[in-house]
Design a protein around this ligand. Structure first.
Ligand code: FE2
Length: 286
């Protein structure tokens, strides 16, 4: 097939991400920034972190609150200890996921449990619909061996963190936002096809090698450490990679509700944000 034969979504925009620091000075790249929240609704943020230098991650993320959304941390390499005010504790390590629903609010810390070696991964923020923003906080640790996977005939390994790929379903499903979160590994030259409803907002971030998005009349290369926002023209995407290429593919159903963010709180109105600040100060997120 030539590229014109791939009836898939094209690339609307390529994003480089912004180098920043968060927590107690962890260096990271903010790939999905606040100005993209409407376009990529229901996703609010994507941070990529990756360093071999302990000075860039050792300080970790000491106690801080969240309200109104979910955080999904995917660890590619390294170990991070999570503790929260609900008494939950877990160790997040190589290939594992922590899915935290902040809901009404909690305070938590995410601290490296290693003093050397590589620390690499992603944190994605997924919004909650207005009627679930104040739900009871919860969290799930999914160790690497419990993340469903499949390998295509062309040798592409697909880890299904959320949603569904070729009838392989993730442990986590959400009705309101229907998130899809895949980690795709290419072992040779191959094309990977994934269904994504055209109404869902979607993006791809490449974290090893590079790949090409194949669409009618359009072949768009995505370089290492770049995010491609996919257009909403088709109900699938075709990704062409080669040996060693790895990328995350993320999509979700937009909520189409107002988004008001103040740091770690994301609500629908300014009044709700003021209430969040007040509840936090009064110790109600403990
Ligand atoms: Fe956090």
């Amino acid at each position: 097939m030539s590229s014109t034969d791939h009836p898939g979504r094209g690339v609307e925009r390529l994003i480089q991400g912004q180098a920043t620091q968060d927590g107690a000075g962890v260096k990271l790249t903010r790939v999905l920034t606040q100005d993209l929240q409407q376009r990529l609704d229901p996703f609010l943020m994507l941070d990529a972190f990756g360093s071999d230098d302990p000075d860039e991650y050792i300080a970790g993320f000491p106690n801080h609150p969240h309200r109104g959304f979910e955080t999904i941390t995917y660890m590619i390499a390294g170990r991070m200890r999570h503790r929260d005010s609900g008494g939950h504790e877990g160790l997040l390590q190589n290939g594992g996921v922590q899915w935290m629903t902040a809901g009404f609010g909690l305070t938590h810390s995410e601290m490296p449990e290693q003093e050397e070696g590589r620390m690499e991964g992603f944190q994605l923020w997924l919004n909650l619909p207005s009627n679930e923003k104040l739900c009871k906080p919860s969290y799930v640790d999914i160790q690497s061996e419990h993340i469903p996977e499949h390998t295509t005939d062309e040798g592409v390994l697909v880890r299904v963190i959320a949603g569904e790929s070729r009838e392989v379903k993730a442990n986590i499903q959400r009705d309101a936002t229907q998130p899809l979160y895949l980690d795709v590994h290419f072992s040779q030259d191959a094309i990977f096809e994934q269904r994504i409803p055209a109404t869902h907002n979607a993006f791809v971030y490449v974290y090893r090698g590079e790949l090409t998005v194949l669409a009618p009349q359009q072949q768009t290369p995505i370089a290492l450490a770049r995010m491609a926002i996919l257009d909403n023209t088709q109900d699938r995407v075709f990704l062409q990679g080669c040996a060693g290429t790895r990328a995350i593919v993320i999509a979700g159903k937009p909520l189409n509700e107002p988004i008001v963010q103040y740091g770690p709180f994301v609500m629908n109105t300014r009044e709700e944000i003021m209430q969040a600040v007040e509840d936090f100060r009064a110790g109600r997120m403990q």
